[in-house]
Each structure stands twice: as structure tokens, then as C-alpha cells.
Design a protein around this ligand. Structure first.
Ligand SMILES: [Mn+2]
Length: 339
């Protein structure tokens, strides 16, 4: 953000305002962490703030300060619309295209509120008045931290804010192991621990929250449903709606499942396909240079980052699998490159 823009933003924040924080469809740790971290900062500054999500948030994040006050647009549409229409400032966190917020998109587009986009995904759309955007940031939480710092309010980062931001950084970096993790990330995280975030405790709250059913579903997926295309260093898992029902699937139960595939030696590309409400949702992950953002954008109407992206298809799951199987050999050169 340019100094002149930062100055303007500072003056906007000076007097209490009606503000709304929104984040992307199917919010993850970074979406909720950045939203609630920033929420706890803005209420300290005496603003009236509501966090609105397009749909519900996963239960493993419900311990964060302010989590009970999140309004779910899909459940409380009338209430959310009213709050959104009254907003003077709308903060758009962890997404950069209004397509990512589903039915809230047209409302945000039509709103006369000042819009600020804070995000780290590639290829941002131009819909906001202010942008704090960097693809080099490991997470939106890291950008929230740097923004608070730029606003001269680093001292306002208390335990609540620190816990939220720590969570988003931890989840978006795969616990500090993805290539997006930098020395700056670790410096930020060190400051958050100093500010009161208990790293061991947070890790446990987020990752030791499984049900017995979830572990059985993971076991089934890996032993019965994983297909490895060795010649292309690629693997995938697919789950039908029936299979999910058999294991009492709950939101978040397949979170991280795709990463197991990448832990096979030499694996470069992993996909997870799941049938839900007549749509096939897909997660793509890669090790190294194979660009799953490009893959998801080109073939499955999605996008994300180089090493992590998502997409979807309206075709039946069996057909999506066939499509995927025919696409993979087209990338043979990249997938068999030793780098
Ligand atoms: Mn993120």
C-alpha cells in the first residue's frame, strides 16, 4: 500500500464507523483467523463491526474470540443484508474476486461503502477502493499483522488478536512448511507468541479436533479410494455422497486429506474430488513447480495458489474422474520433470 493510500485509510479509521468484514465461501483458518483478528482490532478502535461469512465456518475454529458473533449469510440472509447495506466500510479478507463470496457478491458490488481488499491470492480483480495485496504473503493473517503495524498500532495486538492471526498463518502454511513460509513469517509468528498466542495449545485446538468417524473416513479414503498414477507422479481420491454419508460426514472431515497423497515419495500432483449437493468439488495440491492454480482455472472453473487450488464441476463424479484421468497425461512433461 502506498503511503498516500495508507494515510487516507488511517483517517477513515479515525472516527467510529459501521463496518463489515467479509471473507470467502467455505471459510478456512486464514479466512476466519484474519476476519476475527481484524474484528478484535477494529472493536478496540471503537468501530461497530460485524463479520459476515457466505456460509458456515468449520467447528475447529469456533474457539476464537468473536466467533459466536459471526453472522452466516446463508442462514441469516435478511439480517446480513441489512447490516451489509448499512455498512460504511466493507473489508474483504482472503479473497480477491466477488465470485468467491457467492450470493453476497452483487450486494457488495452495489454497496456504496468504502471497500478494502486484503488478500494474498494471485490475479486480483479490481473492485475495491483500497488494496493491501501481496502474493508473497503466506496468508491474509500475515497481511493483517503488517497492516496493523503500518497503522502504528502494533501495541494493540493482544492475546485475542494474536491467537486469531497465529491460527491463520499456521493453517495457510501447513504448519510453517509450505514454500510461502519466509523468515518474515517466522518473525511475525514470534511477535504473535510474544503477544500471548500459545502455539502448542492452538495447534492442538485446530488439529486434534477429529471425531472417530472422521478418522475412519480418512482410513477408508486412503486404503480403498486412493488411485496413484505412478508414471505421472500424480494421485487422487474421490468420494461419493453415499460414501460420505456412510461415515457420518461433517464439514471439515476431509480437510487435509489431499495432502496425504503428496506425502508419497516423488509425488508432484494430488487431487481430491467430492460429491456434494449435485456438484463435484475439487482440491488440488502440488509439490514444487507444478501450477495447480493454472490447472484449476483452465479446466475446473476455480483457482488459488501455485501449490494449492480448488475447482468444481457440474458433471457426475464418474465423469469428472475420467476427465481428470485424460487431462493428467497432457501435463506429463511438467509432472515427470525432476525439478
Ligand atoms: Mn489465505
Amino acid at each position: 500500500m502506498k503511503p498516500a493510500e495508507l494515510k487516507k485509510l488511517k483517517s477513515i479509521l479515525q472516527k467510529p464507523k459501521k463496518m463489515v468484514i467479509i471473507t470467502h465461501w467455505s471459510p478456512d483458518g486464514d479466512a476466519i483467523g484474519s476476519s476475527l483478528g481484524f474484528y478484535n482490532y477494529l472493536i478496540q478502535k471503537k468501530h461497530s463491526v460485524t463479520v459476515i461469512t457466505p456460509n458456515d465456518s468449520p467447528a475447529f475454529l469456533d474457539w476464537m474470540a468473536g466467533s459466536k458473533r459471526i453472522v452466516d449469510f446463508s442462514k441469516d440472509t435478511a439480517k446480513s443484508t441489512k447490516i451489509l447495506n448499512a455498512a460504511e466500510v466493507i473489508w474483504c479478507l482472503d479473497f480477491n474476486s466477488l465470485k468467491r463470496i457467492d450470493k453476497m457478491g452483487p450486494l457488495v458490488e452495489a454497496s456504496e461503502a468504502i471497500k478494502v481488499m486484503i488478500d494474498h491470492h494471485p490475479q486480483p480483480d479490481d473492485f475495491a477502493d483500497f488494496n493491501h495485496h501481496s502474493v508473497k504473503a503466506c496468508s491474509t493473517c500475515e497481511l493483517i499483522y503488517s497492516l496493523i503495524e503500518m497503522l502504528g498500532d502494533k501495541k494493540k495486538i493482544d492475546k485475542k488478536i494474536a491467537e486469531c492471526l497465529y491460527t491463520g498463518i499456521m493453517t495457510d502454511t501447513g504448519s510453517f512448511r509450505y514454500s510461502s513460509t519466509t523468515a518474515d513469517t517466522h518473525r511475525t509468528v514470534a511477535a504473535l507468541i510474544d503477544a500471548g498466542a500459545d502455539n502448542g495449545e492452538i495447534h492442538s485446538r485446530v488439529y486434534n479436533d477429529s471425531s472417530e468417524d472422521r478418522l475412519k473416513l480418512i482410513g477408508y479414503s486412503l486404503s480403498q479410494k486412493m488411485v496413484v498414477l505412478k508414471e505421472y507422479n500424480t494421485g487422487y481420491i474421490s468420494l461419493t455422497q453415499d460414501e460420505q454419508t456412510r461415515f457420518n460426514y461433517k464439514k471439515g472431515d476431509t480437510e487435509g486429506l489431499v495432502n496425504y497423497i503428496l506425502s508419497i515419495r516423488g509425488m508432484k500432483f494430488a487431487a481430491f474430488m467430492t460429491e456434494r449437493d449435485g456438484i463435484v468439488k475439487m482440491s488440488f495440491r502440488s509439490n514444487g513447480k507444478f501450477d495447480v492454480n493454472a490447472f484449476a482455472r483452465t479446466h475446473f472453473g476455480g483457482g488459488g495458489h501455485v501449490n494449492a487450488a480448488g475447482g468444481f464441476s457440474n458433471d457426475p463424479i464418474a465423469e469428472v474422474i475420467r476427465t481428470f484421468q485424460t487431462l493428467v497425461p497432457e501435463y506429463s512433461k511438467q509432472l515427470t520433470n525432476p525439478k
